[in-house]
Design a protein around this ligand. Sequence first.
Ligand code: 4NP
Length: 170
Amino acid sequence: MESKYRILFVCLGNICRSPAAEGILRRMAEKRGLDRFITIDSAGTYAGHSGDMPDRRMQNAAYARGYLLTHRARQVRPEDFDRFDRIVAMDDNNYHNLYRLAPSRQASDKICRMSDFFREHPDWTYVPDPYYEGHEGFELVLNMLEDGCRTMLDQVALMFATGGEAQKNP
Ligand code: 4NP
């Protein structure tokens, strides 16, 4: 079986930003024929929404762009640092909380920011929390996530085109 690149998206509640990123990356990967090369999941640093479907406002905004969000919220677990190659934080809070949770230096090396992958949002260093925002907040988040996911997929395509098992953590 082919080795897969395993990506975990992390936000606070796991009902808005990270399940949207998961749904977007999965759909984009399917469209580009790259889905067999990646495993995608999402989680939250906060457990309060565990078991919930994505926020209805995010489900609707994502669906309008062709993304079906079916994830059930869960909290980040220590074993996620073994199960994934990249752990992608949406904002500074998520990033620092993940650092606190990381069981080793090797584990913390897997943490990065979604904004590291932005090409069309160069002035942003985080994905803003849309929970208390209106419709425009959700649209902005989706624009950012599409931007970052496109870059991620370009990197995955390159990684597997060059047989890059050894470059899993570039
Ligand atoms: P998310 O958004 O971190 O993108 O899933 C939020 C969801 C819930 C809450 C905050 C942000 N909350 O306070 O319950």
